[in-house]
Design a binder for this molecule. Sequence first.
Ligand code: FNR
Length: 365
Amino acid sequence: MSGVRFTVHDFEEAARARLDPVYADFIAGGARDEITVWANEAAFARLRLLPRVLRGGAERDVCVTLFGERASLPILLSPTAFHKLVDPEGEAATARAAAAAGAIMIVSMASTVAVGEVADAARAAAEPGQAPPLWFQLYLQPDPGITEALVGRAEEAGCTALVVTVDSPVLGAGERNRRNGFHDLPPGMRCENLVDLRDGERGHVRQIAMSPEFTWEHVDRLRRFTDLPVLLKGVLHPEDARLAVRHGVDGLLLSNHGGRQLDTVPATLELLPELVAAVAGRIPIVLDGGIRRGTDVVKALALGAVAVGIGRPVMWALAEGGEKGVRRLLHLLRDELDDALALCGASRLADLTPDLVRVPGWASA
Ligand code: FNR
């Protein structure tokens, strides 16, 4: 589908025009009253930017290095499930677009294309000689053999980091899905990473188990059987951030699951300063939830995130125009980020410092 998309919200509108409303609800929706869904975006709108002037810098650099790997954009594709719901090529199309933009894609454990095939698609689309940055998102499974098998698949595919989602001891209550009777993938689609995970399981697709039984002990165990950097996604309390550092976690993805788990938790942006203080520079923090504009990226980075993630925008863009849609989305956000940096008088991401952000109100005289 062609047509000019000027903003992330244009992608959403165009996607809604072509999607089954049940799937559009699955993407847009959150838990319960969706208070946190809206809080995420509202938090960005509430902050003001205070630019610097006359600082030179005709060229802007938006590259970021994470765990020794260079990405062309400080905007990651956060893990989202079920891409085939909105595009027949699913995560393969998303991965091609991300690789072409040099952006890190975090493949969901619940992807509808197996992680190995997603990696093949990414490699085919990357600049020659460039390894496309691909990470893998994981829910710890009660059967440790299954967790290990999944990590093995991610490693074999060439994923370079693991993102362990820890905010899901039970599945969030998506009331839109309940009302719509949307509980599972339609026939012909399945969570491909969960197929044949054990010998003798030919054709068997495991269910993703969410369980409240996990403790820091399980994180330690994971650390022992993989050398990949491990990030935790969904740590919100500063005390848990400190525990993560103590348990040797390599990074945090500060996320409230886009408001899809516990409703009424704070916006991620509101928590950022507290979490930045808690980890005190020992590990990097990536933030997701509500990023819709280049200025949102600037605000998050100014307040101490090293990069941000986007969830719903990717799904809308994929639904709107497949691989090309996601390419256009990433171009759009790169242009907006470049524009916001220039207007803030910044030429590198390191120029984004907390003094550029203000909470509205009258400045003191
Ligand atoms: C998600 N998210 C998610 N997170 C995760 O750890 N594993 C997953 O499989 C999924 N699946 C998923 C599907 C859909 C449709 C959405 C919208 C979200 C959460 C996701 O990674 C991210 O935290 C939020 O989407 C970020 O908020 P925004 O950008 O959507 O506001």
